[in-house]
Design a protein around this ligand. Structure first.
Ligand SMILES: CC(C)(COP(=O)(O)OP(=O)(O)OC[C@H]1O[C@@H](n2cnc3c(N)ncnc32)[C@H](O)[C@@H]1OP(=O)(O)O)[C@@H](O)C(=O)NCCC(=O)NCCS
Length: 182
């Protein structure tokens, strides 16, 4: 995943945000593509969205605010990889007005909970080596840097492959407990 940058404007009150799982292409896919197209620089086709969402709807969560505005989303999958049952975070985005209020962490912990309950051995993703926010978020949940992938993105930027092994490390388990209490 690659991100775009710009300055933030107003702020969304985190206490107004609710979470919903993906269930419906007509009402939710346009919300998901809108926020991801706005916040991530790497383009995704509708086929990529459908691959994730139709196969693993239970691994997509939307954070909603106000009159059905999507202010955060996570899109993941879970399948066999060699001998492992591997969760994979394909997309994670939080609206600039809602950042640094633990919304990204809350979306990740919800997805990790579903992966854990489905018996996943591990969860992985790629993040730009320059994406301080994402690296900090995943590190704080217990992900480690598994590999550096040279010129991984279309832009030519390197990526880190980040990995978390189940059972959840204490940081992620604590975050999950907090998310469940909300
Ligand atoms: C990365 C992103 C999802 C983080 O969302 P968020 O809701 O702001 O993250 P959180 O509030 O849960 O932050 C988690 C931790 O990361 C830190 N963090 C978040 N953004 C940061 C930034 N830009 N710089 C430094 N630290 C940051 C927080 O301070 C927090 O640290 P803590 O656990 O020590 O308190 C969001 O910035 C975003 O959507 N970026 C654009 C898309 C993107 O890069 N997606 C990830 C691709 S791998």
């Amino acid at each position: 995943m690659t991100s775009t940058t710009s300055s933030s404007v107003d702020v969304i009150d985190p206490s107004t945000i609710t979470f919903e799982q993906y269930t419906d292409e007509d009402t939710q896919l346009p919300l998901i593509t809108a926020i991801i197209d706005r916040e991530l620089s790497e383009p995704y086709s509708v086929f990529t969205y459908r691959y994730f969402l139709n196969n693993w709807p239970e691994l997509c969560f939307l954070a909603m605010s106000g009159e059905r505005e999507c202010v955060g989303v996570i899109v993941c999958k879970l399948d066999k990889h060699r001998e492992m049952f591997r969760g994979y975070i394909g997309m994670l985005v939080v609206d600039k007005r809602a950042r640094k209020a633990k919304l990204g962490s809350a979306l990740v912990t919800r997805a990790l909970e579903v992966m854990r309950d489905a018996g996943a051995d591990e969860c992985t993703l790629e993040a730009e080596t320059t994406n301080e926010g994402a690296l900090r978020l995943y590190q704080s949940l217990g992900f480690i840097r598994d590999k550096r992938l040279c010129r991984y993105y279309l832009s030519g930027t390197d990526a880190y492959r980040l990995k978390l092994l189940f059972p959840l490390p204490p940081q992620a388990a604590d975050a999950l407990g907090q998310a469940q209490g909300q």
